[in-house]
Write a protein that binds this ligand. Structure first.
Ligand code: SF4
Ligand code: SF4
Length: 69
């Protein structure tokens, strides 16, 4: 995985509401077996944080890669 910024889902906190899947307009997140999966990390927009701030009410999304804090 060469991308420097992509979401990481903490499945211990995730309630499987799938709001993040609906929210992201960049086809990064998909539903699989009823839970959100980071399918295309390379399509995530650096520093976006949209799914973390705009969709997830449960603190289940953080970011990985060299730029992530
Ligand atoms: S940070 Fe932005 S581009 Fe990346 S998965 Fe979340 S909403 Fe999509
Ligand atoms: S918005 Fe948060 S709680 Fe809901 S499915 Fe996505 S990661 Fe899980």
């Amino acid at each position: 995985m060469s991308k420097n910024w992509y979401p990481i889902i903490n499945y211990k906190k995730c309630t499987k509401c799938l709001e993040c899947v609906k929210f992201c307009p960049h086809d990064v997140l998909f539903e699989e077996d009823g839970k959100p999966v980071v399918k295309n990390p390379n399509l995530c927009v650096d520093y976006c944080r949209g799914c973390q701030k705009g969709a997830c009410d449960f603190g289940a999304i953080s970011y990985g890669g060299a730029y992530a804090t």
